[in-house]
Ligand binder design. Sequence first.
Ligand SMILES: [Mg+2]
Length: 360
Amino acid sequence: MLSIRVPATISSSSTLFFTNSKKLSNKFSYISNPLNNSSKPIKWNCKNSRMESSKSSFVTKASAQPLTNPAELIDSVETFIFDCDGVIWKGDKLIDGVPETLDLLREKGKRLVFVTNNSTKSRKQYGKKFETLGLSVNEEEIFASSFAAAAYLKSIDFPKDKKVYVVGEDGILKELELAGIQYLGGPEDGDKKIELKPGYMMEQDKDVGAVVVGFDRYFNYHKIQYATLCIRENPGCLFIATNRDAVTHLTDAQEWAGGGSMVGAILGSTKCEPLVVGKPSTFMMDYLADKFKIQKSQICMVGDRLDTDIVFGQNGGCKTLLVLSGVTSLSMLQDPNNSTQPDFYANKISDFLSIKAAAV
Ligand SMILES: [Mg+2]
């Protein structure tokens, strides 16, 4: 039996090898791909080999400080990474002061990057959303977890003859297509029903080498069973989650069950921990630091969630700014039970504009 260790949350410090394989990727050495490494069928007990602690490496810091000197923060970094939901927009509504703030940071020569755990759209589709909201953002500046899933599979040289079963929406399919990776499932399985009658069984495609699970409004029992069969019965099949967010802002009126609910269902039936490619995993941070040749200490991560955005920034060694325009309130930040403290907090990103007022 091969000795395989797979992290629940990919971290740059996790360099993993099969006992009989070489490291697969020069750029990203997160995990060896079982599908490339043996001519024999690999039997692995996912329960024993894949269950790792899902706890992120929380960094306990001194209490967050209110952002009283935004100019100092702006001058101390060269790149700002923004989460989108709760920072740039809420549902389909732009948050006050965002266009002016982004313009100000660009005027100051800062690189802006937008990272979202929402996998329902591809980078191209997000580009359209930014445009609709009147924001001028280049597709190259957008990193969605749909893209991260495809980029991860590319980074491990996912075999051309293997397929991905998708539990999720169009964004994942579009990114897999762009990466030249074969897939099945997705929205077209959305209205499939299971008719349980004596002797009935579902058969899965034996060529599925990875199941990618993201947020899915059309989640159903067919998808759960299909994904479960692939993970449990196809040797070496990977279980990849775009994110494990508990809730998300689908509308500006309330919080809705997030991608973590779909991932939780597949985890429940397989007892396998997923590989998470979205925040707070450092995969996307490492990817964009490599792409733009940025020092992580020269990045400020701006987000509205402690458990994803702020931990993502801290895991990457970046400065962190929590904005209170999304899911986290000041009382949640200051709750004695909360151990995740960003460097700074502000009401919303337009608090940066106070440097303009101060300069007048
Ligand atoms: Mg958010």
